[in-house]
Design a protein around this ligand. Structure first.
Ligand code: GDP
Length: 525
């Protein structure tokens, strides 16, 4: 099989957005366009909108949210699209960030009325850290919203990305009439009827557009020209280098702009590239099979208490049933049960290529960050970074008689990256501090401690909100001297200085200018 050819056909990306920007709607629209999911409204389950949500955990069911993140795969012409799910609601957690270690590009989805929002910014930070190229889709243009030029300026001013318009709206937000397609030099007409996924875009040439849209058309041209002449001309190299972002305007719920987005992904989004191993050597795409685990999900099926490890293929051809080696244990791992998982839908995967995601069932031996490979010699990819935690809680066994199970469980959850585990001499081993990016991680930890490790826990929230890495352990005393700060050490040896508020951090630095602290977006690896 032509592995580099198969890899070249793949586009593996995630949509990053703030809740309610329209991620589920866009995901559905993309899939509908590619005619995979015949009925829209079936991708994400929310209250009153039950779809293919996974409902593997009681707490998940109770809340009607999905904490399962996996990949949706569909064909679009000759291209194979792998759309990785970034859970984005109350379930925001470290897993959300980790998904971005498995993609080659991202679509940043903005609500036209809101622009950049906090969760989008947090996720974008990770994209920047990893150098992931970002395409921007400004959604809900069928509704009143902000000015198109102002939204583009915001990208430059707040996140330093030059906006390179690929389409430009005709008619302000709420009065959408069409969009200039700057690459094709014509106009996509807006049809206000909902639905119609998969139908071809209706195109007009300049003369037709001027006749039909008059002043709106002239204004759109002027605005687009303004941006183009100010450095917004499309430049593939700047997109790939993640210094500029192509911008599209659309309305996912109306299927407007969706096809253009798919075409853009096919045309410009990077396909899988050789991944660097721990020795910084690129693993050629046609080397024997290799993959890394970016997410482990336990208990998706309550009847079986199974564990699924999601691995992104980095090189070679994956064939279900092949026996591979787990680089961290050097033990063989049989891949008899390989699946594609998206929400509740599972299907067996028989073959996969670089860029694809396989869900390995019964993968109790696999951990987040593990490398799998076939053949010899061994290969190992860098482990996944951990991210700046924002929530902290002291864990104690609810039943003191189960201290042993408690210790084992906490250690295991820390090793798996379910939560980060911190300790200090002052608090002692009996009271480890759990740290998380999102509070949902605590619930998962508590649930597993009770059901899997038979040691229910009590969690006491700590009033810390900000964390920095303490560069020099000798300076620990300076941080510990503050009433609203302390240093805790993570299992991997990193010293984290925690502060109740950013203000406490600034005060301490003013008092001790020699204090060396580093911001944590993501570190380690
Ligand atoms: P998510 O939280 O990002 O997954 O957002 P959803 O896809 O659930 O969308 C949130 C709300 O915005 C829903 O009520 C959608 O119907 C609505 N929505 C999504 N896209 C559009 C759009 O293009 N135009 C309008 N008017 N509403 C939209």
């Amino acid at each position: 099989m032509d592995v580099p050819g198969e890899a070249g056909r793949r586009r593996t990306f995630a949509v990053i957005s703030h809740p309610d920007a329209g991620k589920s709607t866009l995901t559905e629209a993309l899939a509908v366009h590619a005619r995979v999911i015949s009925e829209a409204g079936a991708v994400h389950g929310k209250a009153g909108r039950r779809g293919v949500t996974s409902d593997w955990m009681e707490m998940e069911r109770a809340r009607g949210i999905s904490i399962t993140s996996a990949a949706l795969q569909f064909a679009y012409g000759d291209t194979v699209i792998n759309l990785l799910d970034t859970p984005g609601h109350a379930d925001f957690s470290e897993d959300t960030y980790r998904v971005l270690s498995a993609v080659d590009s991202a679509v940043m989805l903005l609500d036209a009325a809101k622009g950049l929002e906090p969760q989008t910014l947090k996720l974008f930070d990770v994209c920047r850290y990893r150098g992931i190229p970002v395409i921007t889709f400004i959604n809900k243009w069928d509704r009143p919203g902000r000015d198109a030029l102002a939204l583009c300026d915001e990208l430059t001013d707040r996140i330093g990305l030059t906006a390179m318009p690929v389409t430009w709206p005709i008619g302000q937000a709420g009065q959408l009439r069409g969009a200039l397609d700057l690459a094709e030099g014509n106009v996509i007409r807006y049809q206000s009827a909902a639905g119609g996924g998969g139908a071809p875009d209706l195109r007009l040439d300049a003369t037709q557009a001027e006749a039909e849209f008059g002043d709106d058309w002239l204004r759109a041209r002027e605005e687009a020209d303004l941006l183009l002449s100010a450095g917004g001309e499309f430049d593939l190299a700047r997109f790939t280098a993640a210094t500029a972002t192509p911008v599209l305007f659309g309305a996912a719920v109306r299927n407007f702009g969706v096809r253009r987005l798919l075409d853009l992904l096919v045309d410009i989004a990077p396909g899988p590239a050789p991944r660097l191993d721990t020795g910084h050597h690129p693993r050629a795409l046609d080397a024997p099979f290799s993959a890394f685990v970016f997410k482990v999900q336990t208990g998706m099926d309550p009847a079986h208490r199974d564990q699924i490890a999601f691995a992104r293929v980095c090189s070679g051809e994956f064939e279900r049933g092949m026996v591979v080696t787990n680089a961290s244990t050097r033990r063989p791992f049989a891949t008899k049960y390989a699946q594609q998982v998206f929400g509740q839908q599972r299907s067996t995967v028989d073959t996969a290529y670089p860029g694809d995601v396989v869900g390995l069932v019964n993968a109790t031996a696999l951990r987040v960050g593990d490398t799998l490979y076939a053949g010899k010699p061994p290969v190992r990819f860098p482990g996944l970074p951990s991210f700046a935690p924002a929530h902290f809680a002291v864990a104690r066994p609810a039943d003191l008689g189960r201290a042993k199970q408690f210790r084992k469980g906490v250690e295991q959850l820390g090793a798996e990256g379910v939560v980060q585990v911190l300790r200090s001499d002052r608090r002692g081993d009996a009271a480890p501090v759990l740290a998380a990016v999102g509070p949902m991680q605590f619930e998962v930890a508590a649930h597993r401690m009770e059901h899997e490790f038979t040691s229910p826990i009590r969690l006491e929230q700590l009033p810390y909100r900000a964390a920095r890495r303490l560069v020099d352990p000798v300076q620990r005393g300076l941080v510990d001297s503050g009433a609203r700060s302390e240093v805790l050490t993570r299992l991997d040896g990193t010293d984290l200085a925690l502060f109740a508020e950013e203000m406490d951090l600034r005060l301490l630095i003013r008092r001790f200018p020699e204090l060396e602290l580093e911001t944590l977006v993501a570190e380690g690896g």
